[in-house]
Design a protein around this ligand. Structure first.
Ligand code: C5P
Length: 223
């Protein structure tokens, strides 16, 4: 049977890095769906389109030609054949991704691609609507979160390590705004699926979080 693991959670809950490691330990691929919304956010900004302009954003999404491939160093994301992996992590693209992901037609298209990819191979998929919409029949469903201040602290540290010196308050504020937008949009807002297991990593180390999730997966697979 196809092994599909679904992980949802808010901004900077550690989904990407934790998902990478869990997928590696399980020997399956990890699809980072946020990268696909980020690719659209980047294209919209590059075109000079206002992310609030739903009609234009939807048109851009239809012609986006977004694709992903998995390499030794993780997922690479492409827009019309161009590798945009290194360009989609800026704060501007983060906010644009959050804005363009509010539109129903955008979500429909992204979900279609994600479901197609997950049907082809065993995969761990992380995002905001994976447990609820993309993979409602996943083998294991997890809602990974942490306290808001702790998530902001992790994001601030991550940025600092990359040489981006941003005041903590600014990082916290941007995170709050994105949380607010992701949780209150009318279409598929971020919420915990009733059957998703809650993992709160506020007081857990990286390794402890990975072990907790692997244990949940084991229980769901064999328990
Ligand atoms: O996970 P990441 O922070 O990279 O996602 C960027 C944005 O894309 C999120 O703020 C969210 O608005 C959107 N997103 C989404 N559904 C997903 C993954 C991401 O709406 N499955």
């Amino acid at each position: 049977m196809r092994l599909n693991i679904a992980i949802d959670g808010p901004v900077s809950a550690g989904k990407s890095s934790i998902s990478d490691e869990v997928a590696r330990r399980l020997g399956i691929l990890h699809l980072d769906t946020g990268a696909m919304y980020r690719a659209l956010g980047l294209k919209v900004l590059r075109d000079g389109t206002d992310p609030q302009d739903e009609e234009k954003v939807v048109a851009t999404c239809r012609n986006l030609g977004v694709s992903v491939c998995h390499r030794e160093d993780g997922q690479h994301t492409f827009v019309q054949g161009e590798d945009v992996t290194g360009l989609i992590r800026s704060p501007e693209v983060s906010m644009a991704a959050s804005t363009v992901s509010r539109y129903a037609e955008v979500r429909k298209e992204m979900v279609r691609i994600q479901q197609q990819l997950a049907a082809e191979t065993d995969m761990l998929v992380d995002g905001r609507d994976i447990c609820t919409t993309v993979l409602p029949n996943a083998t294991a469903k997890i809602f990974l979160t942490a306290a808001q201040e702790e998530r902001a602290r992790r994001r601030w540290l991550e940025m600092k390590e990359k040489g981006q010196e941003t005041p903590f308050e600014e990082v916290l504020q941007a995170l709050k705004e994105r949380d607010e937008q992701d949780m209150n949009r009318p279409v598929e807002p971020l919420r915990r699926a009733p059957d998703a297991v809650l993992v709160d990593s506020t007081d857990l180390t990286f390794d402890e979080t990975v072990e907790t999730i692997l244990q949940i997966v084991e229980e769901k697979r064999h328990g």
